[in-house]
Design a protein around this ligand. Structure first.
Ligand code: ATP
Ligand code: MG
Length: 275
């Protein structure tokens, strides 16, 4: 990680030092080349570095991402805005390991995605990433509870399914099949399936795109609750400008580039948003 040092690697050495020599050792380490100590799980949890991506060959080649860089801290709620075709879903797919960039790096909790072989990447995606699509992709012949359980099997430390069903307001619908649910209930089930494995990063592509005002608000409140309660990074793509106020960080893309990237001083609760 550049000139960052992972302090966990030094714990073995530090254990055998006296208190004085230990603090001197750490101070020297910090002073060395201005290096910063990186504690696993702290600060820049997700680093997106100079990502470039194009599709097509020759004359029909289109550069879709033209050098995207974003740094996101643990627990940060980030909203990604931009016009249709600006590259939002392409970026989300690259962060989610579904697609690979032409160049640039994705580093999650100190691990470079490019260094992971296919098998490890698949396992990593299963365990650490949650994906909420605009289309719900529920399994039609499984009940609400079973659809969520599918997600729980994928994680190492899944959340309690019954508690989550209550949080999602789906407990009384738990034995229904997807075609017996409203759009909002289906979307909540899809969120349940993504969140039940308690992923480090929750990627949402227009999670409210197909929903009416009231249901959209319900879903936003739910994602907000999940982010506050479990501290997962949330990266949410939306066309709805009003949603930016509920985020810690707002990134605005235009034509494959970042137009704006700033932190909100205060988060407006989803409840108080209006559009
Ligand atoms: N597999 C692909 N092959 C060729 N072109 C692609 C492919 N995927 C995306 N593109 C192109 O890349 C550009 C960005 O697409 P992307 O889906 O990332 O946009 P977006 O910002 O998510 O748009 P929207 O808001 O409409 O969902 C578009 O011009 C699209 O046509
Ligand atoms: Mg898209």
């Amino acid at each position: 990680m550049g000139n960052e040092l992972d302090i966990d690697n030094f714990s073995h050495q530090l254990r055998w030092m006296t208190t004085n020599s230990r603090s001197l050792f750490v101070r020297n380490l910090c002073a060395f080349g201005g290096g910063k100590i990186h504690r696993k799980g702290e600060a820049m949890f997700l680093a997106i570095k100079d990502i470039r991506k194009s599709f097509g060959e020759g004359d029909s080649r289109v550069e879709v991402l033209k050098g995207i860089g974003i740094e996101i801290e643990k627990g940060e709620f980030c909203v990604l805005l931009g016009p249709s075709g600006s590259g939002k879903s392409t970026l989300l797919n690259i962060i989610g390991g579904i697609d690979r960039p032409d160049s640039g790096e994705i580093i999650i909790d100190g691990e470079r995605m490019a260094d992971m072989r296919e098998k490890k990447l698949t396992a990593y995606r299963r365990k650490h990433l949650g994906y909420i699509f605009q289309m719900y992709n529920l399994i039609p012949n499984l009940t609400v509870r079973e659809n969520i359980e599918v997600g729980a099997y994928l994680g190492e430390h899944p959340l309690d399914v019954d508690e989550l069903l209550h949080t999602l307001g789906l407990f009384e619908h738990r034995n229904k099949l997807p075609n017996q649910l409203s759009g909002g209930q289906q979307q909540r089930t899809a969120i349940g399936r993504a969140i039940v494995k308690n992923p480090d990063i929750l990627l949402c592509d227009e999670p409210t795109g197909a929903l009416d005002y009231q249901t959209s608000k319900e879903i936003l409140k739910l994602i907000e609750t999940v982010n506050r309660k479990y501290g997962n990074v949330v990266l949410m793509v939306t066309h709805n400008d009003a949603i930016k106020d509920m985020a810690d960080r707002v990134v605005r893309m235009h034509d494959g580039m970042i137009r704006k990237n700033y932190r909100n001083e205060m988060r407006v609760p989803a409840e108080n948003l209006d559009w």
